[in-house]
Ligand binder design. Structure first.
Ligand code: AHR
Length: 514
């Protein structure tokens, strides 16, 4: 009797995924769930620290090589990401920004104090024309966050008229005087940012009414249809979503959500971006995985009021937020970007993709030099972060169909706690190609993934791309900017519709099948 028990226990252990790092995945290629909108891969550029000044804009007279005042190296690097949209000018900055400060001859523009971010002087040399030129150079859609906290509906109305009207009005003519004949046709506008906090400290009932008032004046000029994004809450304050949907849902096209990952114990001790070990690696990943629960919670509230999912969820700030780098101005939110952060990006993007029936736009915070940035600069120097490479690898999912997957994967266990080792997105593009991005979160062990593709014959796999590093806290530096970079990946075999791959510890892989 005893011997049978041992045999049963042994075979249970043998087939239990957690014991041997065995991971079984089925991709149903004929089960298309939702469209993965390319706007999920959007970015955010706030007037914060060196996010704009120095990071993107240096002015035409700078010694740093530039194109019309924009850093050429940064432009070239960003072009490769095919950035779908950029949100600007904040963030908290947006609710203290008066757009007329940032138009006209630069030498005449007023100097203001950036009260949120280091009390530095904002000279307004980067304003509406500069931002919209940047989006043109990058072929990205602008997302303009309007000032509700300290602005007026009239300012909002005139800003939109200035940007979008092609007729003979004072605002359109002012735009022409400032050198721009054609309207830009800005579609996406935010109507308030964190209106429960830095955007006015409002209650949802009050903000819902104020939102309705401001949203009334977001006019559709010259055939351009505005898409309005209302301010949502961060993390799990679901009642805000309920109130906004109930009271103002009919006047919005999108409702935002912010979610920042903190690897340390709390907001006062967020943890270092360089000096951490497996404990804050694990806690960072675990906290990032909560995005799934948070989106589900807000989605459920939105479903109550909008079962057709007309209103998009717009996750317009997400990413890891660490303690500022030692020796930097705390208000500049400067942090390094490690292999851990690349994995936080890939698993967050997987979550956003999985919710793409409701999440149709998102913006990582932020694009350059601030928080989880794509690019870091120092004077003339520039580097691409590991997170940049994730955004490069994930481009395969732009405007594709999310495929249904079933996963039975091992646990990554640490200090008595565990998370699923593997995160993935499988999608199908218009040419019928299947793209798989797969992340192994385990810091120590490689994982074998056995993948069965159902519903479509697979003939070949293109050679893959891999991002990994020796250590979880490995970073790119100006001395060694390609320490973490994309490499070819060939640790896979395809046998009919069965794909087997070996994912190195702490790695992300992208593979195309057809
Ligand atoms: O991204 C930094 C800040 O985080 C934004 O300005 C604000 O919206 C959020 O609190």
């Amino acid at each position: 009797m005893k011997i049978y028990l041992y045999i049963i226990l042994a075979s249970m252990l043998l087939f239990a995924p957690s014991a041997f790092g065995q991971n079984n995945i089925t991709i149903n290629a004929d089960q298309e769930l939702s469209n993965i909108n390319h706007h999920i891969y959007g970015h955010f550029a706030e007037h914060l620290g060196t996010g704009i000044y120095e990071g993107v804009w240096v002015g035409e007279d700078s010694e740093i090589p530039n194109t019309e005042g924009f850093r050429t190296d940064v432009l070239e690097a960003l072009k490769q990401l095919e950035i779908p949209n950029i949100r600007w000018p904040g963030g908290c900055f947006a609710d203290e920004y008066f757009w007329m400060d940032g138009i006209g001859p630069r030498e005449d523009r007023p100097k203001r104090i950036n009260t949120h971010w280091g009390m530095v002087i904002e000279d307004n040399s980067f304003g509406t024309h500069e931002f919209l030129r940047l989006t043109e150079l990058l072929d990205a859609e602008p997302v303009v966050a309007m000032n509700v906290g300290s602005g007026t509906p009239r300012e909002l109305q005139q800003w939109i008229e200035y940007m979008n009207y092609d007729g003979d009005s004072d605002m359109a003519n002012l735009r022409r005087e400032n050198g721009r004949e054609d309207p830009w046709g800005v579609k996406y506008v935010g109507v308030g940012n964190e209106s429960w906090g830095c955007g006015g400290n409002m209650r949802p009932e009050y903000y819902a009414d104020l939102y309705r008032r401001f949203a009334t004046y977001t006019r559709n000029y010259s055939g351009n249809e505005i898409f309005r994004v209302a301010s949502g809450y961060d993390s799990d304050r679901y009642w805000w979503t309920d109130t906004m949907m109930e009271r103002a849902g009919d006047m919005m096209e999108g409702l935002s959500l912010h979610y920042y990952t903190i690897a340390g114990p709390n907001w006062q001790e967020k943890g270092s971006s360089i000096d951490f070990r497996e404990d804050e690696y694990f806690s960072g990943l675990k906290t990032a995985l909560r995005l799934d629960e948070i989106i589900t919670g807000h989605s459920n509230r939105m479903d109550r009021h909008d079962p057709e999912k007309r209103v998009a969820m717009v996750v317009d700030e997400w990413g890891i937020w660490t303690d500022p780098l030692p020796g930097t101005e705390p208000g500049f939110l400067q942090q390094q970007n490690s292999m851990r952060d690349a994995l936080i990006a890939s698993l967050s993007l997987d979550i956003l993709n999985r919710h793409s029936d409701r999440v149709r736009m998102a913006n990582i915070a932020q694009m350059v030099n601030v928080l989880q940035a794509m690019i870091l600069t120092d004077g003339e120097q520039m580097l691409k972060t590991p997170t940049y490479h994730i955004f490069d690898m994930y481009r395969v999912h732009f405007d594709t169909k999310l495929l249904q997957t079933h996963i039975n994967v091992a646990d990554y266990e640490y200090d008595g706690d565990s998370i699923p080792t593997i995160s993935l997105t499988a999608s199908k593009n218009d040419n019928g190609q299947l793209n798989i991005t797969m992340t192994n979160l385990n810091a120590q062990e490689a994982q074998v993934a056995d993948i069965t593709i159902r519903g479509q014959d697979v003939r070949r796999a293109h050679s893959g791309r891999l991002l990994t590093a020796e250590e979880v806290n490995a970073i790119n530096t100006f001395e060694n900017p390609d320490n973490i970079t994309i490499r070819d990946f060939d640790q896979f075999s395809l046998d009919g519709n069965h794909l087997s791959m070996t994912l190195p510890a702490k790695s992300v892989v992208v593979l195309t099948l057809e």
